[in-house]
Design a protein around this ligand. Structure first.
Ligand code: SF4
Length: 409
Protein backbone atom coordinates (compact mmCIF):
# COMPACT_ATOMS: atom_id res chain seq x y z
CA UNK A 1 0.00 0.00 0.00
CA UNK A 2 1.21 3.55 -0.80
CA UNK A 3 2.18 6.08 1.82
CA UNK A 4 1.43 9.78 2.02
CA UNK A 5 3.10 12.41 4.15
CA UNK A 6 0.77 13.81 6.80
CA UNK A 7 1.61 17.29 8.07
CA UNK A 8 -0.98 17.25 10.84
CA UNK A 9 -4.61 16.66 11.78
CA UNK A 10 -6.77 19.61 12.69
CA UNK A 11 -9.62 19.19 15.15
CA UNK A 12 -12.39 21.75 15.27
CA UNK A 13 -13.38 23.36 18.55
CA UNK A 14 -16.76 24.33 17.17
CA UNK A 15 -18.00 20.78 16.53
CA UNK A 16 -16.30 17.38 16.34
CA UNK A 17 -14.68 17.13 12.91
CA UNK A 18 -11.19 16.25 11.72
CA UNK A 19 -9.05 17.54 8.84
CA UNK A 20 -6.25 15.47 7.29
CA UNK A 21 -3.49 17.72 5.95
CA UNK A 22 -1.53 15.73 3.32
CA UNK A 23 1.56 17.28 1.77
CA UNK A 24 2.78 17.57 -1.83
CA UNK A 25 0.94 18.72 -4.95
CA UNK A 26 0.92 18.12 -8.71
CA UNK A 27 0.16 21.82 -9.44
CA UNK A 28 2.45 24.75 -8.96
CA UNK A 29 -0.03 27.58 -8.59
CA UNK A 30 1.59 31.00 -8.62
CA UNK A 31 -0.73 32.23 -5.90
CA UNK A 32 -0.59 29.08 -3.73
CA UNK A 33 -1.10 29.87 -0.05
CA UNK A 34 -0.70 26.36 1.34
CA UNK A 35 2.61 25.44 2.98
CA UNK A 36 1.57 21.77 2.63
CA UNK A 37 2.23 22.03 -1.11
CA UNK A 38 5.97 21.83 -0.56
CA UNK A 39 6.12 18.48 1.21
CA UNK A 40 7.29 17.73 4.74
CA UNK A 41 5.32 15.78 7.33
CA UNK A 42 5.52 12.09 8.22
CA UNK A 43 5.02 9.30 5.69
CA UNK A 44 2.24 6.95 6.82
CA UNK A 45 0.09 4.23 5.28
CA UNK A 46 -3.67 4.86 5.29
CA UNK A 47 -3.97 2.34 8.11
CA UNK A 48 -1.37 4.19 10.22
CA UNK A 49 -3.05 7.52 9.45
CA UNK A 50 -6.42 6.18 10.60
CA UNK A 51 -4.95 4.70 13.75
CA UNK A 52 -3.34 8.05 14.73
CA UNK A 53 -6.50 9.95 13.83
CA UNK A 54 -8.47 7.68 16.12
CA UNK A 55 -6.09 8.25 19.03
CA UNK A 56 -6.04 12.02 18.44
CA UNK A 57 -9.85 12.23 18.36
CA UNK A 58 -10.36 9.97 21.37
CA UNK A 59 -7.84 12.03 23.35
CA UNK A 60 -9.50 15.34 22.52
CA UNK A 61 -13.21 14.61 21.96
CA UNK A 62 -13.48 11.29 23.81
CA UNK A 63 -15.14 9.90 20.69
CA UNK A 64 -14.71 9.57 16.92
CA UNK A 65 -16.38 12.45 15.03
CA UNK A 66 -18.68 11.89 12.08
CA UNK A 67 -17.17 14.50 9.71
CA UNK A 68 -13.77 14.22 7.97
CA UNK A 69 -12.18 16.70 5.56
CA UNK A 70 -9.25 15.40 3.47
CA UNK A 71 -7.12 18.26 2.23
CA UNK A 72 -3.55 19.33 1.50
CA UNK A 73 -1.53 19.92 -0.67
CA UNK A 74 -3.29 17.60 -3.05
CA UNK A 75 -4.87 14.48 -1.49
CA UNK A 76 -5.44 12.50 -4.71
CA UNK A 77 -1.77 11.84 -5.59
CA UNK A 78 -1.69 8.24 -4.33
CA UNK A 79 -4.88 6.50 -5.37
CA UNK A 80 -4.47 3.37 -3.21
CA UNK A 81 -3.76 5.47 -0.13
CA UNK A 82 -6.77 7.73 -0.67
CA UNK A 83 -9.18 4.88 -1.41
CA UNK A 84 -8.04 3.02 1.71
CA UNK A 85 -8.32 6.16 3.81
CA UNK A 86 -11.88 6.89 2.64
CA UNK A 87 -12.88 3.25 3.07
CA UNK A 88 -11.39 3.18 6.57
CA UNK A 89 -13.22 6.38 7.54
CA UNK A 90 -16.50 4.90 6.37
CA UNK A 91 -15.84 1.73 8.36
CA UNK A 92 -15.10 3.91 11.40
CA UNK A 93 -18.61 5.38 11.17
CA UNK A 94 -17.86 8.72 9.48
CA UNK A 95 -21.04 9.96 7.80
CA UNK A 96 -19.62 12.93 5.93
CA UNK A 97 -16.28 12.42 4.15
CA UNK A 98 -15.17 15.45 2.15
CA UNK A 99 -12.31 15.58 -0.35
CA UNK A 100 -10.76 18.97 -1.15
CA UNK A 101 -8.91 18.68 -4.45
CA UNK A 102 -7.66 20.41 -7.58
CA UNK A 103 -9.43 17.61 -9.48
CA UNK A 104 -6.58 16.85 -11.91
CA UNK A 105 -6.03 13.16 -11.06
CA UNK A 106 -9.77 12.53 -10.77
CA UNK A 107 -10.25 13.63 -14.37
CA UNK A 108 -7.15 11.95 -15.71
CA UNK A 109 -7.36 8.50 -14.12
CA UNK A 110 -10.01 6.07 -15.30
CA UNK A 111 -12.69 5.16 -12.72
CA UNK A 112 -11.07 7.14 -9.88
CA UNK A 113 -14.30 9.03 -9.11
CA UNK A 114 -16.36 5.86 -9.28
CA UNK A 115 -14.01 4.03 -6.89
CA UNK A 116 -14.04 6.92 -4.42
CA UNK A 117 -17.83 6.84 -4.42
CA UNK A 118 -17.76 3.08 -3.83
CA UNK A 119 -15.28 3.59 -0.98
CA UNK A 120 -17.67 6.01 0.74
CA UNK A 121 -16.72 9.55 -0.32
CA UNK A 122 -19.77 11.76 0.22
CA UNK A 123 -18.61 15.19 -0.93
CA UNK A 124 -15.94 16.74 -3.18
CA UNK A 125 -14.79 20.37 -3.22
CA UNK A 126 -12.97 21.00 -6.49
CA UNK A 127 -10.92 24.12 -7.20
CA UNK A 128 -11.28 25.31 -10.77
CA UNK A 129 -8.47 27.84 -11.08
CA UNK A 130 -9.46 29.14 -14.54
CA UNK A 131 -11.68 28.22 -17.48
CA UNK A 132 -9.34 29.43 -20.23
CA UNK A 133 -6.67 26.83 -20.93
CA UNK A 134 -3.87 29.38 -21.37
CA UNK A 135 -4.66 31.12 -18.07
CA UNK A 136 -4.86 27.77 -16.28
CA UNK A 137 -1.54 26.57 -17.68
CA UNK A 138 0.16 29.86 -16.84
CA UNK A 139 -1.18 29.84 -13.28
CA UNK A 140 -0.85 26.14 -12.34
CA UNK A 141 1.62 24.68 -14.87
CA UNK A 142 -1.03 22.14 -16.01
CA UNK A 143 -3.94 21.84 -18.43
CA UNK A 144 -7.44 22.34 -17.05
CA UNK A 145 -8.97 19.66 -19.30
CA UNK A 146 -8.69 16.90 -16.66
CA UNK A 147 -10.16 19.27 -14.05
CA UNK A 148 -13.18 19.98 -16.23
CA UNK A 149 -13.55 16.23 -16.87
CA UNK A 150 -13.41 15.59 -13.11
CA UNK A 151 -16.20 18.11 -12.56
CA UNK A 152 -18.31 16.38 -15.21
CA UNK A 153 -17.69 12.96 -13.63
CA UNK A 154 -18.44 14.16 -10.12
CA UNK A 155 -21.59 15.88 -11.32
CA UNK A 156 -22.74 12.59 -12.85
CA UNK A 157 -21.90 10.63 -9.66
CA UNK A 158 -23.71 10.42 -6.34
CA UNK A 159 -20.97 12.50 -4.65
CA UNK A 160 -22.10 15.96 -3.61
CA UNK A 161 -20.13 18.56 -5.52
CA UNK A 162 -18.98 22.09 -4.71
CA UNK A 163 -16.70 23.92 -7.16
CA UNK A 164 -14.64 26.90 -6.07
CA UNK A 165 -12.76 29.61 -7.95
CA UNK A 166 -10.49 32.31 -6.63
CA UNK A 167 -11.38 35.73 -8.01
CA UNK A 168 -8.14 37.36 -9.16
CA UNK A 169 -8.62 40.88 -10.54
CA UNK A 170 -7.30 41.15 -14.10
CA UNK A 171 -6.63 37.38 -14.32
CA UNK A 172 -9.69 35.40 -13.29
CA UNK A 173 -12.37 38.06 -13.06
CA UNK A 174 -15.80 38.75 -14.55
CA UNK A 175 -15.19 37.25 -18.02
CA UNK A 176 -13.73 34.00 -16.65
CA UNK A 177 -16.43 33.74 -13.98
CA UNK A 178 -19.10 34.07 -16.66
CA UNK A 179 -17.49 31.34 -18.81
CA UNK A 180 -17.28 29.03 -15.80
CA UNK A 181 -20.87 29.71 -14.76
CA UNK A 182 -22.14 29.07 -18.32
CA UNK A 183 -20.21 25.81 -18.51
CA UNK A 184 -21.59 24.57 -15.18
CA UNK A 185 -25.12 25.62 -16.13
CA UNK A 186 -24.77 23.49 -19.29
CA UNK A 187 -23.99 20.49 -17.04
CA UNK A 188 -26.37 21.13 -14.18
CA UNK A 189 -27.66 24.51 -13.15
CA UNK A 190 -27.90 23.37 -9.53
CA UNK A 191 -24.13 22.92 -9.16
CA UNK A 192 -22.92 24.68 -6.03
CA UNK A 193 -20.34 27.29 -6.97
CA UNK A 194 -18.35 29.40 -4.56
CA UNK A 195 -16.15 32.36 -5.45
CA UNK A 196 -13.38 33.23 -3.00
CA UNK A 197 -11.25 36.39 -2.98
CA UNK A 198 -7.53 36.26 -3.85
CA UNK A 199 -5.46 36.85 -0.71
CA UNK A 200 -2.30 38.53 -1.98
CA UNK A 201 -0.68 38.61 1.46
CA UNK A 202 -0.48 34.83 1.73
CA UNK A 203 0.24 34.06 -1.93
CA UNK A 204 3.59 32.72 -3.11
CA UNK A 205 3.53 35.27 -5.91
CA UNK A 206 1.51 38.44 -5.69
CA UNK A 207 0.16 38.04 -9.20
CA UNK A 208 -2.62 40.55 -8.54
CA UNK A 209 -4.34 42.41 -5.70
CA UNK A 210 -7.17 41.41 -3.39
CA UNK A 211 -10.56 42.09 -5.03
CA UNK A 212 -12.80 44.79 -3.62
CA UNK A 213 -16.15 43.98 -2.02
CA UNK A 214 -17.82 45.51 -5.09
CA UNK A 215 -15.85 43.19 -7.43
CA UNK A 216 -16.86 40.18 -5.34
CA UNK A 217 -20.49 41.21 -5.34
CA UNK A 218 -20.39 41.76 -9.10
CA UNK A 219 -18.89 38.28 -9.57
CA UNK A 220 -21.75 36.90 -7.50
CA UNK A 221 -24.30 38.75 -9.65
CA UNK A 222 -22.73 37.33 -12.84
CA UNK A 223 -22.53 33.75 -11.57
CA UNK A 224 -26.01 33.80 -10.05
CA UNK A 225 -27.54 34.70 -13.43
CA UNK A 226 -26.68 31.13 -14.48
CA UNK A 227 -26.38 29.27 -11.18
CA UNK A 228 -28.93 29.76 -8.39
CA UNK A 229 -26.55 28.12 -5.93
CA UNK A 230 -23.67 30.55 -6.55
CA UNK A 231 -22.21 32.08 -3.41
CA UNK A 232 -19.35 34.37 -2.56
CA UNK A 233 -17.14 33.82 0.39
CA UNK A 234 -15.16 36.22 2.45
CA UNK A 235 -13.58 33.15 3.97
CA UNK A 236 -11.78 33.79 7.23
CA UNK A 237 -12.94 37.40 7.46
CA UNK A 238 -15.88 35.88 9.23
CA UNK A 239 -13.61 35.29 12.21
CA UNK A 240 -13.09 38.98 12.73
CA UNK A 241 -16.50 40.31 13.62
CA UNK A 242 -17.08 37.54 16.17
CA UNK A 243 -16.77 38.39 19.84
CA UNK A 244 -13.84 37.08 21.86
CA UNK A 245 -12.84 34.50 22.86
CA UNK A 246 -12.15 33.35 19.31
CA UNK A 247 -12.47 29.69 18.49
CA UNK A 248 -9.14 28.09 17.69
CA UNK A 249 -7.93 25.03 15.86
CA UNK A 250 -6.43 22.07 17.65
CA UNK A 251 -3.45 20.83 15.68
CA UNK A 252 -2.33 17.26 16.31
CA UNK A 253 0.99 16.29 14.73
CA UNK A 254 1.69 12.73 13.52
CA UNK A 255 3.60 12.01 16.77
CA UNK A 256 0.34 13.00 18.55
CA UNK A 257 1.71 16.18 20.15
CA UNK A 258 -1.03 18.78 20.36
CA UNK A 259 -0.95 22.52 19.77
CA UNK A 260 -3.83 24.96 20.13
CA UNK A 261 -3.58 27.48 17.31
CA UNK A 262 -5.54 30.65 16.69
CA UNK A 263 -5.68 32.89 13.61
CA UNK A 264 -2.39 34.55 14.54
CA UNK A 265 -0.57 31.19 14.76
CA UNK A 266 -1.95 30.17 11.38
CA UNK A 267 -0.81 33.48 9.94
CA UNK A 268 2.64 33.06 11.52
CA UNK A 269 3.03 29.60 9.91
CA UNK A 270 2.20 31.02 6.53
CA UNK A 271 4.43 34.03 6.98
CA UNK A 272 7.38 31.87 7.90
CA UNK A 273 6.73 29.65 4.85
CA UNK A 274 6.47 32.71 2.60
CA UNK A 275 9.72 34.01 4.08
CA UNK A 276 11.45 31.39 1.87
CA UNK A 277 9.96 32.75 -1.35
CA UNK A 278 9.68 36.49 -0.63
CA UNK A 279 11.71 38.77 1.64
CA UNK A 280 10.37 38.39 5.19
CA UNK A 281 10.11 42.21 5.68
CA UNK A 282 7.92 42.57 2.61
CA UNK A 283 5.71 39.66 3.78
CA UNK A 284 5.33 41.27 7.23
CA UNK A 285 4.60 44.65 5.69
CA UNK A 286 1.80 43.02 3.66
CA UNK A 287 0.45 41.37 6.77
CA UNK A 288 0.20 44.65 8.67
CA UNK A 289 -1.49 46.21 5.66
CA UNK A 290 -3.84 43.23 5.56
CA UNK A 291 -4.89 43.86 9.16
CA UNK A 292 -5.64 47.44 8.18
CA UNK A 293 -7.55 46.14 5.15
CA UNK A 294 -9.80 44.06 7.38
CA UNK A 295 -10.85 47.26 9.15
CA UNK A 296 -11.37 49.01 5.85
CA UNK A 297 -13.35 46.09 4.52
CA UNK A 298 -15.60 46.05 7.53
CA UNK A 299 -16.35 49.71 7.08
CA UNK A 300 -16.96 49.06 3.36
CA UNK A 301 -19.53 46.40 4.00
CA UNK A 302 -20.78 48.11 7.11
CA UNK A 303 -19.58 45.59 9.66
CA UNK A 304 -18.45 47.16 12.92
CA UNK A 305 -14.72 47.37 13.42
CA UNK A 306 -13.09 44.69 15.50
CA UNK A 307 -13.07 45.74 19.13
CA UNK A 308 -15.55 48.57 18.63
CA UNK A 309 -17.77 48.78 21.63
CA UNK A 310 -21.40 47.98 21.07
CA UNK A 311 -23.39 51.14 21.69
CA UNK A 312 -25.70 51.28 24.63
CA UNK A 313 -29.07 50.18 23.32
CA UNK A 314 -31.96 52.58 23.47
CA UNK A 315 -35.40 51.21 22.70
CA UNK A 316 -36.59 54.50 21.26
CA UNK A 317 -34.02 54.53 18.41
CA UNK A 318 -34.81 52.64 15.18
CA UNK A 319 -33.02 49.47 14.08
CA UNK A 320 -30.81 50.10 11.05
CA UNK A 321 -30.83 47.24 8.50
CA UNK A 322 -28.29 47.06 5.66
CA UNK A 323 -28.77 44.84 2.59
CA UNK A 324 -26.28 43.20 0.22
CA UNK A 325 -26.30 44.00 -3.47
CA UNK A 326 -27.87 40.60 -4.07
CA UNK A 327 -31.10 41.85 -2.46
CA UNK A 328 -31.22 45.28 -4.07
CA UNK A 329 -33.57 43.99 -6.77
CA UNK A 330 -36.10 43.39 -3.99
CA UNK A 331 -35.36 46.16 -1.54
CA UNK A 332 -34.40 48.90 -4.05
CA UNK A 333 -32.20 50.33 -1.32
CA UNK A 334 -28.96 49.54 0.53
CA UNK A 335 -30.47 50.18 3.95
CA UNK A 336 -33.63 50.86 5.87
CA UNK A 337 -34.75 51.60 9.42
CA UNK A 338 -37.35 49.78 11.49
CA UNK A 339 -39.01 51.19 14.59
CA UNK A 340 -39.09 48.47 17.20
CA UNK A 341 -41.59 48.35 19.96
CA UNK A 342 -39.22 47.40 22.77
CA UNK A 343 -37.23 44.21 22.51
CA UNK A 344 -37.85 41.67 19.74
CA UNK A 345 -35.97 38.86 18.00
CA UNK A 346 -34.11 38.63 14.70
CA UNK A 347 -36.81 36.21 13.52
CA UNK A 348 -39.47 38.87 14.10
CA UNK A 349 -37.34 41.50 12.38
CA UNK A 350 -37.18 39.17 9.35
CA UNK A 351 -40.98 38.95 9.37
CA UNK A 352 -41.15 42.76 9.40
CA UNK A 353 -38.85 42.80 6.37
CA UNK A 354 -41.09 40.27 4.61
CA UNK A 355 -44.08 42.57 5.31
CA UNK A 356 -42.13 45.47 3.86
CA UNK A 357 -40.59 43.79 0.80
CA UNK A 358 -43.02 40.97 0.11
CA UNK A 359 -42.83 37.19 -0.14
CA UNK A 360 -39.90 37.47 -2.54
CA UNK A 361 -37.80 38.51 0.48
CA UNK A 362 -38.89 35.41 2.38
CA UNK A 363 -38.08 33.17 -0.61
CA UNK A 364 -34.59 34.66 -0.99
CA UNK A 365 -33.53 34.90 2.64
CA UNK A 366 -35.52 32.50 4.81
CA UNK A 367 -35.86 28.74 4.69
CA UNK A 368 -37.91 26.76 7.23
CA UNK A 369 -37.86 29.62 9.73
CA UNK A 370 -34.04 29.96 9.54
CA UNK A 371 -31.75 32.30 7.61
CA UNK A 372 -30.63 30.57 4.39
CA UNK A 373 -27.03 29.34 4.28
CA UNK A 374 -26.24 31.78 1.48
CA UNK A 375 -26.70 34.73 3.85
CA UNK A 376 -25.03 35.76 7.06
CA UNK A 377 -26.57 38.23 9.46
CA UNK A 378 -24.55 40.46 11.77
CA UNK A 379 -25.97 42.27 14.79
CA UNK A 380 -23.66 45.11 15.83
CA UNK A 381 -20.83 43.35 14.03
CA UNK A 382 -21.44 39.94 15.58
CA UNK A 383 -22.55 37.01 13.47
CA UNK A 384 -25.90 35.89 14.90
CA UNK A 385 -24.69 32.29 14.42
CA UNK A 386 -22.39 33.04 17.35
CA UNK A 387 -25.30 34.48 19.36
CA UNK A 388 -28.72 32.78 19.47
CA UNK A 389 -29.43 32.70 15.72
CA UNK A 390 -32.86 34.03 14.81
CA UNK A 391 -33.84 33.91 18.48
CA UNK A 392 -31.22 36.59 19.24
CA UNK A 393 -32.81 39.56 21.00
CA UNK A 394 -32.58 42.95 19.37
CA UNK A 395 -33.67 46.41 20.48
CA UNK A 396 -33.48 49.85 18.91
CA UNK A 397 -30.26 51.73 18.19
CA UNK A 398 -28.69 48.57 16.79
CA UNK A 399 -27.32 47.74 13.34
CA UNK A 400 -28.26 44.60 11.45
CA UNK A 401 -26.27 43.72 8.33
CA UNK A 402 -27.29 40.99 5.90
CA UNK A 403 -24.50 39.69 3.69
CA UNK A 404 -24.91 37.41 0.69
CA UNK A 405 -22.28 34.81 1.34
CA UNK A 406 -21.82 31.66 3.31
CA UNK A 407 -19.13 30.70 5.71
CA UNK A 408 -15.93 29.54 4.17
CA UNK A 409 -12.63 28.12 5.31
S1 SF4 B 1 -3.54 23.06 -6.14
FE1 SF4 B 1 -3.68 24.01 -4.09
S2 SF4 B 1 -1.93 23.20 -2.94
FE2 SF4 B 1 -1.57 22.74 -5.10
S3 SF4 B 1 -0.28 24.44 -5.80
FE3 SF4 B 1 -2.42 24.96 -6.27
S4 SF4 B 1 -3.14 26.15 -4.49
FE4 SF4 B 1 -1.24 25.08 -3.89
Amino acid sequence: MGKRALQYFTLSEIEPRVWFMLTGCNFHCKGCFRPARDGGGTFLTAEETLERMERACLNYYGKIPSVAMITGGEPTLDRDYLLSLVKGLKENGFEKIVLMTNGYALGEEEDYVHELEEAGLTEAHVDLKAFSEDVHRWYTGKSNKPVLRAIEKLNASGIELLVQTIYMPGIVDDAEIEKIAKFFASLNKNIKYRINPFAATFACEKVTKRPTVEEMERAYEIASQYLPNAIISRSCYREYPTPPPQKTWITVYPDLTVKRRGMKDQAEDRLSWLGHVRPRESVEEDWHKEEWDFTLRHSLVGISELGKEVKEEKDSEPLKVKFPQALHGLTKTRETELDLDGSTTIGEVMERLVEKYGDGFRERVIDGGEIKRSFNVYLNGMNIKNLQGIKTEVTGNAELIILSWVSGG
